[in-house]
Design a protein around this ligand. Sequence first.
Ligand code: NAD
Length: 245
Amino acid sequence: MNDNERIKKLSSLIDRGGVVFFGGAGVSTESGIPDFRSENGLYSRKYDHPPEEMLSHGFFFSHTREFLEFYGKAILCCLDVSPNPAHRLCAKWEKEGLLDAVVTQNIDGLHTAAGSKNVFELHGSVMRNRCIECGRKYPAEYIRKSEGIPRCACGGIIKPDVVLYGEPLDGETVNGAARAIAAAKTLIVAGTSLSVYPAAGMIDIFGGDALVLINRQSLAAEARADLTIHGSVGEVLSEAEKLRQ
Ligand code: NAD
């Protein structure tokens, strides 16, 4: 199959409906948010501690100030960017009744910002933040604007509602995502290296007949994919959308 035929196939799978979109950090690189493992990703940059350590539960409590400094620079940049065509097309296809759910490993809130309603954020969202003492909620801007450690009116530290390394995923979110993936006819797996577990393992419960991989690089999971498209998610989905019209 040549590239055009692959995109045509994707567009007919979308037209068929029953699609679930499973995405990773690569879905948001076209909005300007760095991923972890691409050439210019966060792992290629030099920090005093490895990013996995800085984004861990233990580091948050032992080095709160350093955590928030890294988090503010490397992660909260997502407050300044907009959804790209990949986010917008997921929202459009959901509205047209073709896409049942978005399951994302991203914490940037861009699928929701684009208008998607049924979104399972496996790793939480920077948009939600709460006091670890009293549970009061705060917007992301409050964290960004805080000088030093953001504190609640009660004096407690405000923690972003993102799943840090060493923390469990939210059970209700995982169950909802699992139900959606299990029921899908087509699962589009896009912009993820499929290397962060348990999230990456969720594609194993897909029971439909079309597993589609979209990535700029080759992945081992291509061996089990029914359709693999090498390219940028936003561009590939836009091409597929054009062929639908
Ligand atoms: P990753 O960095 O491990 O992998 C990104 C993958 O996307 C790579 O395989 C890369 O080749 C591909 N890619 C990058 N840009 C692409 C594009 N435009 N089109 C197609 N493919 C593209 O990311 P991951 O698999 O999501 O796992 C790492 C963790 O990163 C996740 O848990 C997520 O929470 C976290 N993360 C999230 C954000 C965000 O919210 N935007 C940003 C960085 C990291």
